[in-house]
Structures are given as structure tokens and as C-alpha cells.
Design a protein around this ligand. Structure first.
Ligand SMILES: *Cc1c(COP(=O)(O)O)cnc(C)c1O
Length: 797
């Protein structure tokens, strides 16, 4: 596409799709016009991919996920279609600011964090590889809340990404599926009829996800809940206006909110309804498509692979069995076999509070037939394995992890360490009974968004050095290794980072009104706020460091800027206190004339995908400091290493594999191992001992306790202090001393800029393995037994 053609296409949509005259068009209008111009180009390729999938009778992958943290889509689409030059030139002629257009797009936050972002990276990688696939989820009207700070405290506001027309989706009213809840079951022989008492409709909305070079496009289908019988005119005519609108409001509730936490179980009826709603709609859509092509249901596992992203879609097991047995007359045991060979399950957490369990009473009321089938599935499994040792139903609860395991032919962990811990802890007994079922698929991130698009300076440098094959074969980055010994290359590498840091410093000055030194270490911890992720360990070190600088302000300290980002779940009290403490610490440190040129703290609000894209390319140091054994994988850690930030981290999740790839000498390791953590916890008073042994730690805790960061309310953080001193389940105190040591090593290393640049460049060169393309190829080979389809020719731009 030439710039002139692009300009014509933009103007065409501006006038005929948006009904705007160029003279009166606003940023929004230009953004929509550009989006539609780009979308047109995508649609042809998307259709072609669908045609090829049908024609080749390829196996399809279905990725069921309660969350898709997709972020903005315009730049991604432009880059993957290689339309950036055309778009920039066309807009320049039209005198429209390209960057302003990109920034105008709402960030679609249909997820909480890592789990949802993983699903989004997977969608992009499946399209890049040409794996015929479809993502299924919920079209939340309000995604994750927007975070604001008020006197340091987190305030949540609804996210209204759909208040403007959404450029990327196509409404599919013809894909409307009835979903029932409640009611009763009538058994007839081996089958049963379920008569739900409540019905609503799931309507599909399709977003095309285009892969790199536009070679393939898959669909993300998100379900919207609609009432069965819309508006009640009779009631309205009787003057009962609120009641007339009630069915609609009730139905809409179902796809209204994203539960704002992915690590604690929400014992909410609505949550279970959401899970069944999207899972059932997706399965019935999948079966409808299958039956339009094949007439033998026993072929299902050969033609469809259904992935359950965590246990949120775990009801897929019993629901698929129900659809096969009750609605299609297949024998129960055969149906369980078909379902199991089609389904697989990804486990994302070992935290006991995050493993979903549903009360049998609730399950029986909402899904009476499913509860019956869960009991039968469980009995059959116990009979098959010859022991009653493991069960999916226990103590009046349905355990969704066990149910998923029993109903899946493959169960995977998301990093090597996490997979081994799964085998030895949560699924120990099941693993012994099914030793081949658990496999590892270490997470990855898409290099298109997380390098090519978010870090153009580094991308250009890499392409100049080794060509652009790295974009879809990220392990090609190893070809950078010989360049790392070239002083000119290293200087350019460091210059790209410096410019990114300058840009970020300017943005922070403008948005937060805090001046930061671009020469300082940009030390970044961005992720959900959670006790196990230990933002408070980072804060304690910050405070101890500040106190030490105050003791000796003229000692020539290496300047540092601590950058925090992250949301706390609205009901998570401890996390919200950490948010507030971070802001309080920032206030005191940033205004301390003795120390502020050496140490500042900034905390931009509303961490999301777009903010991550801004911060990561400008980072020097990546904080991955969770308690060993608690972070299943992490994916933030991979984005940082790829963009040349060095990691300070524990042996947790994928940190272990990152350290192996980038070599131990290019990674700042500290802290106890997972085994040592478990040992340490057995020592009574472990926190008190650690505090007594380290005066720096004692002083930092005392500063918080005495109210130095909350002089107007000295007792504000006694909860945090109490937790640290008396409980400290996440062994913050016991890891502090080693963390401090590693941080001082960081100071020393950063003071030698050439060596630092070499280590950073080595991180980039060795991070190729962490591409989600590699992860997807792993799933295709080990879990889905699916092959890529022949893709279409490259988009020429
Ligand atoms: C990558 C990413 C995450 C995951 O970060 P972790 O550090 O792995 O927890 C969370 N949120 C956003 C917006 C991300 O881009």
C-alpha cells in the first residue's frame, strides 16, 4: 500500500464510515478512519485463513480463557501488516499526529495480569505461526478498573473502553446461543433432560488477530450476555418502567465486570455463572462447527484441541460430556474419553487460596445436571485408577483443579520449576496415577509487541546488525553475540537505551511532575500488587538505602530511580496498604534535599499494557523478587530481559530459566531457594531473628513503625509492620540481607557503563527462547497435536 492509497483509504472511511468532513475531524475520527483502513487490509487475509482451514480440514485449536489482556490493537495491526511507513506518511500529508492517534485508543484491559496477557500473546503467536485457532472469552463491558491515587490511596474507577465505538470487532448476531441456569433434571434411562429455570443469550463478537507479515489471521470471539426476551412492553405499558427493563439489566450483569483478582477465589455465584456462560457458549459453537464438517463425533479429538487457561473454564469437562451424552446420545464412558482426549488444562498457580472450589449446594442449584455428571466422572475415575485416594469432590466442595486434571489428557505448568512443584505438591497423587499427563510449557511473550513495536530504537539497531529474521525466529538474536565485542555496536546499544530513558523522564516530568535523572539506574517493579510478589521487600530496601545516604550524603552514591507500577485488587487490604506506603515513601524521599538527587521513587498510576510498553524499553533493572516457589512463571521478567534490562531476582518461576539463558554472570541472583523457604518457615520467630541480625532492616522497619512516612497518622502502617515482624509468611525479612547485597552489586556494576551495556546486550541476545512462538510450538507438539496450515504470502506493506 502506498502512502497515497493509505491517504485515500483514510479519507474514504472518514467521510463514508464516520460521516465526518476532514475539516472538522477530531483525533477520535482520524483514529477510527485509520483503524478501518487497516482493518480492511486485514479482513481479506483473515477470510483466506478461514477458507484454508476448512479446505485443508486442519485441526483447530480453541483457547478458552476468562481473560484476554490485549491492550491497544491499532499499532499492533499496523506493524504486523507492515503498514507503518504508509500510515505515517499519509497522516503527515493530512497534518495529523500519528503518535496522538495511537495514544487515543482505549487500552482493552479484559484481564488482570499475567494470565490474561499470556492469552493475548498466544493469540498473536498462533496467528504468526499459522496455527488454525480461535480464542474464546467474555466481552466485559467494563474491563479491569482504572486506578487513580487520592492522597496516596488507590481509588478504582470503572474502565469504559466500550463507551466509544470499538474499531476491531464484528458483531455476530447470527452466532447467538441459549444458555440456561438452575431448574431441574429429568433422567430417562442413561440420558437426562435438563430444564433450566433461567435463560439468556450469548452473542458473539469477533476480533481478527493478524499475525506477523499478515500471513495468517485467527479470531478472538468474545461473548456478550443478552436477555432472552428483551424489553417487556406489557409491563412498560402498565407504567412499571424499571421492571420492564429488568431482564435486560440482569442478563447484562453477566458480561459486565471482570472479577478484579486472578489470585484469590471469588466465592461468588455470578463468577460461576460467568464461567459456565462463556464455556458453554464456546463448546456449543465448537460442536456446531465440527458437525458442519464431520458426522462422527469420535473424530472430535482429531479435529479440535480445547485448551483450558486455568480452571476458570473447568466446567468444560462436564459440559462437553453433557452435550455428548444428553444431547447426542453417546455412551457416558465413551463421552468422557472423547472429552478428555480433546481437553487440556494449564495450571497457573500453586497458591492454595487461588485454587477454585465451588460449594456443592451452589453448583447443584445453578448447574444441577453438571453436578450429577461431576459425581459420575469422579466415580469413573476412581474405578479406573483403582483407588479412592484422589477425588474431585470433597467435603461438600467441587475442586476445579482436580476436575480439570481428571478431564484433561495433558496438564501443563508454565515454567520448569513450577511444573516440578506441581508434581510434588498440588497434584502429587494425581501425578503418580498419571505419570505422563503433566508436561511443561514455559511461558513466552510475543516479540512483535514486546520488542519490535514498543522499542523501535533497539529493533532498528538489531535489524541493522543481523537482518529482520529475528522477528519471527527470535532465537536469531544470538547472532548479536559477536557484535557485543564491537565497541561501536555497544555504544549504539547504550545510546538507544539512553534515548528511551530520556523519553520516559520527559513523560514522567510531564505526567507526574517529578524530575528524574536519565543517568540514574531506572529500577522497575511493575506487576499486580501482591504479598508474594514482595513489593514491600523493594520498599524496605529503598528506605534502608535512603537512610544510609542520609548518614553520608557526600559519599558519591550511584543515583537510582525506583519505578513502581501495579494495581491492588479492590478487596485486598494488605496490597492497598502497600500502594499507599509506596506513595507515602515517594513523597518523603522525593522532597528530601539531602538525598533526592541520589534516590527517587515514582509510581505512575493505572499500570496496564500500554504503560508496560512505555516503561520496559527504558528500564535498566528488572525487579523479579517473589518468594521462591510462589510465582508460577512470570512473563514481565521476559519482556525486560529481551529489552536489555538486567534482572535482580530470586530462583522463582521462569527466572530460573532466564538466568540459565543469559548466564549467571549477567543476572543478579539473591535469596533462598523454594526448598530453603519451606525450611526457614519452620523456624519459629524467623522474622525476628532476621531483623535482629541486620541493623539496616531493623532501622527501615522502625522508620515505618514510627510514622516517618505518615507523620500525620503515625500508626497508619502498623498492620504492615506487624505482619513483617510476627508472621512474614513470604519471608521478606529473611531475604532482606541478601537482597541488599545484590542491590549494592548492581550499584557497582552500573558504575562501569561499558560492562553494564555488555551485560544488557547479552540479555537481549539470549532471550530469544522466551518468544511465545516457541511456547506455542511446544503446545502444538506436546499438547494439541496440531500442525500449522500453509500460510498466505507476506503482506507487502
Ligand atoms: C506482562 C504483564 C503482566 C505480567 O507481569 P508479571 O511481572 O509476570 O506478573 C501483568 N500486567 C501487564 C499489563 C503486563 O503487560
Amino acid at each position: 500500500m502506498t502512502p497515497a492509497q493509505m491517504k485515500d483509504a483514510i479519507l474514504h472511511h472518514l467521510v463514508y464510515t464516520l460521516g465526518k468532513d476532514a475539516a472538522h475531524a477530531q483525533t477520535y475520527d482520524w483514529r477510527m478512519a485509520l483503524s478501518f483502513a487497516v482493518r480492511d487490509k486485514i479482513v481479506d487475509r483473515w477470510f483466506e485463513a478461514t477458507r484454508r482451514t476448512y479446505a485443508g480440514q486442519h485441526k483447530r485449536v480453541y483457547y478458552l480463557s476468562m481473560e484476554f489482556l490485549i491492550g491497544r490493537l491499532l499499532k499492533d495491526a499496523i506493524i504486523n501488516m507492515r503498514l507503518e511507513e504508509a500510515a505515517i506518511d499519509a497522516l503527515q500529508e493530512l497534518k495529523v499526529d500519528y503518535q496522538a492517534i495511537l495514544e487515543d485508543e482505549p487500552d482493552a484491559a479484559l484481564g488482570n495480569g499475567g494470565l490474561g496477557r499470556l492469552a493475548a500473546c498466544f493469540m498473536e503467536s498462533m496467528s504468526t505461526i499459522g496455527c488454525p485457532a480461535m480464542g474464546y472469552g467474555i466481552r466485559y463491558e467494563n474491563g479491569l478498573f482504572r486506578q487513580r491515587f487520592e492522597n496516596g490511596r488507590q481509588v478504582e474507577e470503572p474502565e469504559d473502553w466500550l463507551s466509544q465505538r470499538h474499531a476491531w470487532e464484528f458483531e455476530r448476531p447470527e452466532v447467538s446461543i441459549d444458555i440456561g441456569f438452575g431448574g431441574h433434571v429429568q433422567e430417562i434411562g442413561k440420558r437426562a433432560n435438563w430444564y433450566p429455570s433461567e435463560m439468556l443469550i450469548a452473542m458473539g463478537h469477533d476480533t481478527p488477530i493478524i499475525g506477523w507479515r499478515g500471513r495468517w489471521g485467527n479470531t478472538l470471539r468474545l461473548w456478550e450476555a443478552r436477555p432472552m426476551h428483551g424489553f417487556d412492553l406489557q409491563r412498560f405499558n402498565r407504567g412499571d418502567y424499571a421492571a420492564a427493563a429488568e431482564p435486560e439489566a440482569l442478563a447484562r450483569t453477566l458480561s459486565r465486570v471482570l472479577y478484579p483478582d486472578d489470585t484469590t477465589e471469588q466465592g461468588k455465584e455470578l463468577r460461576l455463572k460467568q464461567e459456565f456462560f462463556f464455556t458453554s457458549a464456546s463448546l456449543r459453537d465448537i460442536l456446531r462447527r465440527f458437525e458442519s464438517e464431520y458426522d462422527d463425533l469420535r473424530l472430535l479429538p482429531k479435529k479440535a484441541a480445547i485448551q483450558m487457561n486455568d480452571t476458570h473454564p473447568a466446567i468444560a469437562g462436564p459440559e462437553l460430556v453433557r452435550l455428548l451424552v444428553d444431547e447426542r446420545g453417546i455412551d457416558f464412558e465413551e463421552a468422557v474419553g472423547i472429552a478428555r482426549n480433546t481437553l487440556s488444562y494449564t495450571n497457573h498457580t500453586l497458591l492454595p487460596e487461588a485454587l477454585e472450589r465451588w460449594d456443592e449446594g451452589l453448583m447443584g442449584r445453578l448447574l444441577p445436571r453438571h453436578l450429577q455428571l461431576i459425581f459420575r466422572i469422579n466415580e469413573l475415575h476412581m474405578k479406573d485408577v483403582g483407588t479412592r485416594k484422589v477425588t474431585a469432590v470433597d467435603d461438600g466442595h467441587v475442586k476445579m483443579g482436580e476436575l480439570s486434571f481428571i478431564m484433561a489428557h495433558r496438564v501443563n505448568g508454565v515454567s520448569a520449576l513450577h511444573t516440578e512443584l506441581m508434581k510434588s505438591t498440588v497434584f502429587k497423587d494425581l501425578h503418580e496415577l498419571h505419570p505422563n499427563r503433566i508436561v511443561n510449557e514455559t511461558n513466552g511473550v510475543t516479540p512483535r509487541r514486546w520488542l519490535l513495536s514498543c522499542n523501535p530504537r533497539l529493533s532498528t539497531l538489531i535489524t541493522d546488525a543481523i537482518g529482520d529474521d529475528w522477528v519471527d525466529d527470535l532465537e536469531q538474536l544470538e547472532k548479536l553475540e559477536p557484535h557485543i565485542d564491537d565497541a561501536a555496536f555497544l555504544e549504539s546499544y547504550a545510546a538507544a537505551k539512553r534515548q528511551n530513558k530520556n523519553d520516559l523522564a520527559n513523560w514522567i516530568a510531564e505526567k507526574l511532575e517529578v524530575g528524574i535523572d536519565p543517568e540514574a539506574i531506572f529500577d522497575v517493579q511493575i506487576k499486580r500488587i501482591h504479598e508474594y510478589k514482595r513489593q514491600h521487600l523493594n520498599l524496605l530496601e529503598t528506605i534502608a538505602h535512603w537512610l544510609e545516604i542520609r548518614d553520608n550524603p557526600n559519599q558519591g552514591w550511584v543515583p537510582r530511580v525506583k519505578i513502581f507500577g501495579g494495581k491492588a485488587a479492590p478487596g485486598y487490604v494488605f496490597a492497598k496498604e502497600i500502594v499507599r506506603l509506596t506513595n507515602d515513601v515517594a513523597k518523603v524521599l522525593n522532597s528530601d534535599p539531602l538525598t533526592s538527587r541520589y534516590l527517587k521513587v515514582v509510581y505512575p498510576p493505572n499500570y496496564n499494557v500500554s504503560l508496560a510498553e512505555k516503561l520496559i524499553p527504558a528500564s535498566d533493572l528488572s525487579e523479579q523478587i517473589s518468594t521462591a516457589g510462589k510465582e508460577a512463571s512470570g512473563t514481565g521478567n521476559m519482556k525486560f530481559a529481551l529489552n536489555g534490562a538486567l534482572t535482580i531476582g530470586t530462583l522463582d518461576g521462569a527466572n530460573v530459566e532466564i538466568r540459565e539463558h543469559v548466564k549467571p554472570e549477567n543476572f543478579f541472583l539473591f535469596g533462598m531457594t523454594a526448598d530453603e523457604v519451606m525450611e526457614r518457615r519452620r523456624i519459629g520467630g524467623h522474622a525476628g531473628q532476621a531483623i535482629a541480625a541486620d541493623p539496616r532492616l531493623a532501622r527501615a522497619i522502625e522508620a515505618i513503625r514510627a510514622g516517618r512516612f505518615s507523620p500525620d497518622d503515625p500508626g497508619r502502617y502498623h498492620g504492615i509492620v506487624d505482619n513483617l515482624v510476627h508472621h512474614d509468611y513470604f519471608v521478606v525479612c529473611s531475604d532482606f540481607t541478601d537482597y541488599w547485597r545484590a542491590q549494592r552489586e548492581v550499584d557497582t556494576a552500573f558504575a562501569a557503563p561499558k560492562d553494564w551495556a555488555r551485560m544488557a546486550a547479552f540479555n537481549t541476545a539470549r532471550s530469544g527462547w522466551f518468544s511465545s512462538d516457541r511456547t506455542i510450538r511446544g503446545y502444538m507438539a506436546d499438547v494439541w497435536h496440531a500442525e500449522a496450515a500453509p500460510t498466505v504470502e507476506d503482506a507487502a506493506g
